[in-house]
Design a protein around this ligand. Structure first.
Ligand SMILES: C[S@@+](CC[C@H](N)C(=O)[O-])C[C@H]1O[C@@H](n2cnc3c(N)ncnc32)[C@H](O)[C@@H]1O
Length: 167
């Protein structure tokens, strides 16, 4: 664990349970232009870079009809992140914030979510724009994004607005 993932003053880390409750399959890997955390976008809106999701070919049949979707929800596992920090002090933020009020990679189950534009399906390689993960990040799942279900234009993150920022 390098310093980038260390504890900052005022942060709270907990003892994690001794055992996991479930297993997951990594179903592929994500190729992105970023190999260093400091170069990685903080959120999907920060980059329009083309990334490639390489799905394990064993799941190829699961891609049927996906090419009809303009956007996909991509779930990935931030495998380099700490999992024990429940109160965090992100850089540039005034006070501590609870992990579940943050999109930080450091969380008990470091599963990331991004809505990406699906540019092309090329065999088991999906070309997408709108990811914010390091090159080689494990893929957990892909789902269609339904604007009619998933979009909430009236959603508010009050603490962020109080800082005068929308994201
Ligand atoms: C703030 S998180 C947001 C992830 C996702 N969009 C979400 O909201 O769940 C994105 C940051 O996670 C970090 N990150 C990306 N890939 C990672 C990985 N494989 N392991 C650890 N940290 C990673 C990078 O610092 C990146 O800027």
């Amino acid at each position: 664990m390098d310093d980038a993932y260390g504890l900052r003053e005022g942060e709270i880390a907990v003892d994690l349970p001794e055992h996991h409750d479930a297993g997951i399959y990594f179903i592929g890997r994500i190729a992105t232009p970023w190999t260093r955390r400091e170069d990685c976008p903080k959120n999907p809106a920060e980059s329009n870079a083309l990334c490639t999701i390489h799905l394990d070919p064993r799941y190829a049949a699961g891609l049927k009809d996906l090419e009809t979707c303009s956007h996909v929800i991509v779930l990935y596992f931030m495998d380099g992140a700490r999992r024990d920090i429940v109160l965090q002090r992100p850089r540039h933020y005034a006070g501590g914030r609870g992990v579940f009020a943050l999109r930080s990679p450091a969380r008990p189950n470091p599963i990331a979510l991004s809505v990406a534009r699906l540019e092309a399906v090329d065999g088991t390689a999906l070309r997408v724009r709108g990811l914010d993960c390091l090159d080689g990040t494990p893929l957990v799942d892909i789902k269609p994004y339904f604007a009619s279900i998933d979009a909430h234009p009236d959603a508010v993150v009050g603490w962020r607005e109080a800082e005068g920022r929308s994201r």
